[in-house]
Design a protein around this ligand. Structure first.
Ligand code: ZN
Length: 257
C-alpha cells in the first residue's frame, strides 16, 4: 500500500530544483541528415504519440508526464521510417521567389521581378507569360515584398467583406487583425476584434467572404448554435461550398511562402 507513495518520493528525489530544463525539440538521425522533433509534454496524454503536421511539416511528439526524455527519444527513433515517409508525402513548399506560381484569389499568378525598388508591387493580368505579380528591386527582396503585397490585398478584401456583412446586420465592423494561424482561419474576440488568416487571399473569393461572414456573425452570436449558422448562411449563401473548399484544400495554403 505504501508503494505509490514511496515511488512519488523517489521521483521527487530524482528531480531536484537544479535539473536542466527539458529541450523543446531534439533531432533524430536519418540518412545523411536528421529530422527535428518537437516535444510536447501533455498532462493528460496516456501514451506517446507522433504527428506530422500537413500544414507545416512539423513533427510533434506528445509525451505523457511520467515518460522520460530518453524513452521518448527512443520511441521517435524507432518510428524514423514512418516519419520520413510522412514528410516525403507532404506537398512541396512553394517559396515566394521569382518564377514561382501562386494562387491569388484562386487564380494562378507568376512572380516577376523588374523595375526599380521603389516601385509598388502590382498585378499585370495581360502579360504574354500569363497574369503576373510584378515586384521591383533585387530578387533578394522578392519574398518579403510578395508576402507584404498579399497581406495588403487580404486586408483590403477582409475590410470590404466585413463592412458589407456588418452593414447587413446593422453592426459596426470590428477591428481587423491579420495573422498566420495554423489551426484556424479566423477568430472573434469578446471585445469585437476580428482576426483572420492572410492566406485566404490565395483561396477562391468565396472562402474569404464566408470567413468574414462567419466572424461577423459571432459579433451577434458568440457560439456555434443553429441560430448562428442560419445567420452565416444568410450573409454568405455559398457557406457550404466555402467550407467544403477549406476542408479539402485549406491545409495546402500553408505551403506557400
Ligand atoms: Zn466560429
Amino acid at each position: 500500500m505504501l508503494l505509490p507513495f514511496l515511488r512519488r518520493l523517489t521521483n521527487a528525489a530524482q528531480s531536484p530544483a537544479g535539473k536542466p530544463v527539458e529541450p523543446a525539440r531534439f533531432a533524430i538521425p536519418h540518412g545523411s541528415g536528421c529530422i527535428d522533433v518537437s516535444l510536447r509534454r501533455s498532462p493528460t496524454a496516456r501514451r506517446l504519440t507522433l504527428r506530422v503536421s500537413s500544414a507545416t511539416g512539423e513533427v510533434v511528439l506528445t509525451v505523457p508526464p511520467r515518460v522520460k526524455l530518453a524513452a521518448a527519444r527512443d520511441f521517435a527513433e524507432r518510428q524514423t521510417g514512418w516519419i520520413a515517409a510522412r514528410l516525403a508525402a507532404l506537398p512541396q513548399r512553394i517559396p515566394f521567389t521569382v518564377g514561382a506560381v501562386l494562387p491569388l484569389r484562386g487564380e494562378p499568378f507568376v512572380v516577376v521581378c523588374e523595375g526599380p525598388t521603389r516601385a509598388a508591387t502590382r498585378i499585370d493580368r495581360d502579360r504574354p507569360g500569363g497574369p503576373a505579380i510584378i515586384v521591383g528591386g533585387s530578387p533578394a527582396g522578392v519574398a518579403g515584398r510578395v508576402k507584404r503585397f498579399l497581406q495588403a490585398e487580404a486586408m483590403r478584401d477582409y475590410q470590404q467583406a466585413v463592412a458589407r456583412h456588418a452593414g447587413t446586420l446593422g453592426l459596426a465592423p470590428g477591428r481587423i487583425t491579420l495573422r498566420d494561424p495554423k489551426g484556424r482561419w479566423g477568430s472573434c474576440s469578446s471585445a469585437g476584434g476580428l482576426s483572420f488568416s492572410w492566406r485566404l487571399i490565395l483561396a477562391p473569393p468565396v472562402a474569404l467572404d464566408y470567413l468574414a461572414a462567419h466572424e461577423v456573425a459571432h459579433l451577434r452570436e458568440m457560439n456555434h448554435s443553429n441560430r448562428f449558422w442560419r445567420l452565416v448562411h444568410e450573409l454568405a449563401p455559398e457557406t457550404d461550398a466555402a467550407e467544403a473548399w477549406l476542408k479539402r484544400h485549406g491545409a495546402g495554403l500553408h505551403r506557400y511562402g
